[in-house]
Write a protein that binds this ligand. Structure first.
Ligand code: UD1
Length: 428
């Protein structure tokens, strides 16, 4: 595959973008719904699916395990191959979510330590502890995990997560659906994507209560039983990370930008901060209209948190926003360490950012940014670079467009629709 880069002509702080930008389906919902197809005896169809690279990889993973994938419909095989494809799973963090349904359905699963963005340590100890609590044995050999359910199938268990994990909640919830007996998941994550998944599974025969609360109760159907979609379609909720990022484009570079097809209720913590910083926006039932201001915004303090707090996936573009605010802002990153790698590049563009420790940065603003050449580090940092390049004076080249394509569908076309001069250029 040819490498490509994005070339952005910066607006030098002018607020010129105008029009409507559509938010796509949530990456972190659709990937899990694809993994859930392992629990079904019939075809699972998904709607509002973003055309992003991670979705393509997840479909490849399903095909490698025996499924047929036609468009956004997954037709399960009668027997899945429980050894997940090493090369795909090794690159995709969300592949870990397939281990739960696969173990529950096939009685075993083999997988490599999952890959994904390098945004700090991403261990899988919670998954391993959960599988063991349900009676499985877990062997680790040369970075390869083999998990085997007991003879009669997995047993429901009381599992309390010592800290909140999105993917561990999803994985063990799906595992428990085909176990024997009841599973309780305490201190579970309550992200909207998990709620959408749980509600869909419940509508297809899973017995889950407590959906949307930190305690999930799953009454297992027992091994050998399966879920039935019977034509019910999984409707992917709008991506709340895109929603926040597009609001930031509107605030920093927009005359009037309408962020549409979103759910403003999913970004309340973010919108509170926008209000505090002085951003002029109005909220509709499924849209947010942002009008950029010519005077700088006010510095605010950000603390990333599990949902409903401020999403860690929005913190990199938020740092760009804060570089354009008057005064001293801080970001406290409570979920991951190593998620400030983008700071160096923003500093080279003219931002004043001090990395105080792996969890905290101090940003002084506002500072004018100058375009430069950068390489996307991870999905969210890549988007932050696009935002910084839009605000900056001059041209920026953002290499490794693939990283941004992993999470954002046709981003250049959508930003062009607002009037931004951004091109995708193939590299030699
Ligand atoms: C998911 C999202 C990611 C988002 C993150 C936090 C997907 C595919 N990715 O990532 O976009 O940034 O939630 O909202 O949905 N942890 C452990 N042991 C484990 C599991 C997690 O120590 O077994 C730690 C992680 O290192 C991290 C914290 O728990 O510090 C939260 O991780 P988790 O919620 O699981 O995030 P991811 O699944 O990696």
């Amino acid at each position: 595959m040819k490498k490509s880069k994005f070339v952005v002509e910066g607006l030098a702080g002018q607020k010129k973008l105008a029009g409507r930008i559509r938010v796509g389906g949530a990456k972190n919902a659709v990937l899990k719904a694809l993994a859930a197809s392992v629990l079904f005896d019939d075809a699972v169809t998904l709607d509002n699916v973003p055309e992003i690279e991670d979705v393509a990889r997840m479909k490849e993973l399903l095909v490698a395990a025996g499924a047929q994938v036609e468009g956004n419909t997954v037709v399960p095989p009668s027997e899945w191959d429980p050894s997940l494809d090493q090369s795909i799973a090794g690159k995709l963090r969300a592949s870990i979510v397939m281990t739960g349904p696969m173990l529950a359905r096939m009685g075993r699963v083999c997988f490599p330590l999952p890959g994904g963005d390098v945004i700090g340590d991403r261990p899988i100890d919670l998954f391993v502890a959960g599988f063991r609590a349900m009676g499985a044995t877990v062997e680790i050999d040369d970075h390869q995990y083999t998990v085997i359910a007991p003879e009669g199938g997995l047993q429901g268990a009381d599992i309390f997560f010592p800290f909140v994990s999105v993917t561990a909640t999803e994985t063990l919830m799906m595992c428990a659906i085909l176990a024997h007996g009841t599973t309780t998941l305490g201190n579970a994550a309550i992200e909207p994507e998990i709620i959408a998944l749980a509600e869909y599974l419940a509508s297809c025969g899973a017995k889950i209560t407590g959906i949307g609360t930190p305690t999930l109760y799953i009454e297992g159907l027992g091994r050998g039983k399966l879920l039935h979609a019977e034509g019910q379609v999984f409707m992917t909720p709008p991506d709340r990370i895109e929603t926040g990022s597009f609001v930031l484009f509107g605030a920093l570079a927009g005359a009037e930008v309408v962020v549409e097809h979103c759910n403003p209720k999913h970004v309340e913590a973010f919108l509170q901060l926008m209000k505090q910083a002085g951003v002029d926006f109005t909220v509709g039932p499924d849209s947010i209209t942002v009008r950029g201001k010519s005077t700088p915004y006010q510095a605010v303090s950000v603390r990333t948190h599990e949902y409903p707090g401020f999403a860690t996936d929005t913190q990199a573009p938020m740092a760009v926003f804060l570089s354009q605010c008057d005064g001293e802002s801080t970001i406290l990153e409570t979920i991951f360490d190593g998620r400030f790698r983008y700071a160096d590049d923003l500093v080279r563009m003219g931002a004043d950012i001090l990395v105080m420790n792996p969890h905290k940065i101090l940003i002084r603003g506002s500072r004018a940014l100058v375009g430069r050449d950068m390489e996307s580090l991870d999905i969210r940092a890549g988007l932050a670079y696009l935002l910084a390049a839009t605000v900056a004076e001059g041209t920026s080249n953002i290499d490794n467009a693939y990283i941004i394509d992993r999470g954002y569908e046709h981003i250049e076309q959508r930003l062009q629709g607002l009037g931004l001069n951004i091109q995708r250029v193939e590299e030699e």
